[in-house]
Design a protein around this ligand. Structure first.
Ligand SMILES: NC(=O)C1=CN([C@@H]2O[C@H](COP(=O)(O)OP(=O)(O)OC[C@H]3O[C@@H](n4cnc5c(N)ncnc54)[C@H](O)[C@@H]3O)[C@@H](O)[C@H]2O)C=CC1
Ligand SMILES: CC(=O)C(C)=O
Length: 292
């Protein structure tokens, strides 16, 4: 296990490199992302809860899985096809004494989203928390080169997938349960080369606000987290080596974030500690970006 937290690694310079395909893989990343902060101690905030995390095999999703495990939640991890990462996540999560099941699925297919939820109910008998995190991005400098296929993939994964998962989960959610959606800083400040991706994140932010209003009277809360530049497989799998090397350098804090630095926000939004919060987005981005 490569990434127990060391504060000393947070500022680490990273030499640029890339991965061949998306989704990328975490077990091939060097240095490995930090997903398990040893200063983060659980205190039973999610004890007895069952959570689904889409895209939970790696990156931010993996760090959320580890923090949820430390807080006592049983987990189902949904992911596209990165079996080795998913197995590794399952192993780490289980080391914290909770149950974890993993399932490969395609979030763009409504039927497979339904199957992931049914798999959860079959294994755990209930569902309390849905973390919508699976996503794709295709950096494209020339707006005219955004193909219909790319547009479809981005919207079907990042927007349709979130809605399909929420629809599948809703019949099982009760008062006190929660949905947490991952959006992005790009929804708030735009991105010249992630145009349709930023638009999907704008949609996720709006979805979060609207669904929160729709479900408020049921006592089901819907909130979001908007990460800035975070070191995950998505980055070397989609950006060139120079961008990977400089990722996050533009932020006021002058560095990329690590997945472990976001996980506490996902714990907060899933737990009773945020019982009067709904329709909100927490911004974890190294500072300075517009957050309204
Ligand atoms: N890493 C970053 O700098 C930022 C990431 N984000 C968001 O984080 C999410 C990406 O996660 P990261 O943790 O960065 O990277 P990651 O590469 O670890 O995660 C991507 C996940 O999406 C899943 N996925 C992709 N297509 C799928 C499909 N069709 N069906 C099921 N699962 C699918 C993959 O299996 C993988 O687990 C996205 O929603 C992205 O918008 C937002 C802002 C910044
Ligand atoms: C900011 C953002 O969404 C990425 C992927 O860098």
């Amino acid at each position: 296990m490569s990434s127990k937290n060391k504060y000393g690694r947070i500022d680490e310079e990273i030499k640029g490199y890339t991965q061949e395909e998306q989704p990328g893989t975490e077990h091939t990343m060097d240095p490995a992302p930090i997903y398990d902060a040893d200063y983060y101690k659980g205190s039973g905030k999610l004890k007895g809860k069952v959570a689904i995390i889409t895209g939970g095999d790696s990156g931010i999703g993996r760090a959320v899985a580890v923090a949820y495990a430390k807080e006592g939640a049983d987990l189902v991890i949904g992911y596209l096809d990165e079996d080795k990462d998913a197995e590794e996540t399952k192993e780490v999560v289980q080391s914290y004494g909770v149950r974890c099941e993993i399932k490969s699925f395609d979030v763009t297919k409504k039927s497979e989203c339904k199957e992931l939820v049914e798999f959860t109910i079959d294994n755990f008998g209930k569902l309390n928390i849905l973390v919508n995190h699976a996503g794709v991005q295709y950096p494209t400098e020339d707006f005219l080169e955004i193909t219909e296929e790319q547009l479809k993939s981005t919207f079907e994964t990042n927007v349709y997938g979130f809605i399909f998962m929420a629809q599948a989960a809703l019949p099982h959610l009760e008062k006190g349960d929660a949905i947490v959606n991952t959006t992005s800083v790009t929804a708030y400040r735009g991105s010249p080369e992630l145009i349709e991706y930023s638009a999907t994140n704008g949609a996720i932010t709006s979805l979060t606000r609207s669904l929160s209003a729709n479900l408020a009277d049921k006592g089901i809360r819907v909130n979001g987290v908007a990460p800035g530049p975070i070191y995950t497989p998505l980055i070397p799998a989609t950006f060139d080596a120079e961008k990977v090397e400089k990722h996050g350098h533009e932020t006021p804090m002058g560095r990329r974030g690590q997945p472990s630095e976001l996980a506490p926000c996902y714990v907060l939004l899933a737990s009773e500690d945020s019982s009067y919060m709904t329709g909100q987005v927490l911004h974890v981005n190294g500072g300075g970006f517009t957050t309204t």
